[in-house]
Design a binder for this molecule. Structure first.
Ligand SMILES: Nc1nc2c(c(=O)[nH]1)N[C@H]1C(S)=C(S)[C@@H](COP(=O)(O)O)O[C@H]1N2
Ligand SMILES: [Mo]
Length: 198
């Protein structure tokens, strides 16, 4: 096995780690639209498509043998609670991107999840070094309600962009608002600029 690359999210090094308008909580609430999906790992796959040189589909075994990263990061819900000091383990967004080789026209990434949930983020944000597709949190396999088997984690944007139960990643040239973005949440969602709502 190759070594797990360890990454410290830069925002955790700030003297004040709490973005404006946030307060710290110690537990971990569950928040999402709809029901927790039942996921059959035998049928599960992870697809990369859209404006890329190499579209591909990986099954669960193939996903698990990709190089792993461990990311130490905070997260911040738009509803003002923040959870500091989380250890995520999974596959870096940059690994996914370099497998597929996005075309120069690609500017956004749409994350597609179970139950037709989607979210969108600029490619530039997606490729930050602390962004990953996580299957573990604090050494434990993710619980179903927190996104098992796989969720995206984007520390620099509000937590609604950290989509649970991810199934595919689409590279695109257009900004197509996702589930929460269509319901009044900000297109971008920068935690330091307080980009909460449109
Ligand atoms: N698939 C999916 N992912 C989602 C959501 C959702 O409704 N569906 N909600 C988002 C929101 S608004 C938040 S705050 C976080 C909450 O994640 P948690 O339940 O693990 O705390 O999940 C995000 N990811
Ligand atoms: Mo949220």
């Amino acid at each position: 096995m190759s070594e797990i690359r360890k990454i410290i999210s830069k925002d955790t090094l700030r003297s004040n780690r709490l973005p404006p308008g946030q307060y710290e909580i110690k537990d971990w609430p569950v928040l999402h639209y709809g029901k927790v999906p039942r996921v059959d790992l035998e049928k599960w796959d992870f697809r990369i498509f859209g404006l890329v040189k190499k579209e591909m589909t990986l099954n669960y075994q193939e996903f698990l043998i990709l190089p792993q990263v461990e990311v130490y990061a905070d997260f911040h819900c738009v509803e003002q609670w923040s959870r500091l000091g989380n250890l995520w383990q999974g596959v870096s967004s940059t690994t996914i991107s370099s497998l597929a080789e996005p075309l120069p026209e690609a500017r956004y990434v749409i994350i597609h999840c179970e139950n037709d949930f989607t979210t969108i983020l600029p490619l530039e944000d997606f490729l930050k070094e602390d962004v990953l597709f996580a299957y573990k949190h604090d050494q434990q396999t993710l619980k179903p309600e927190h996104g098992c088997p796989l969720r995206l984690v984007v520390p620099q944007l509000y937590f609604w962009k950290s989509a649970k139960w991810v199934r595919s990643v689409e590279f695109t040239d257009k900004d197509r608002p996702g589930f929460w973005e269509q319901r009044g949440y900000h297109d971008h969602g920068d935690i330091w600029l307080e980009e909460r709502f449109r």
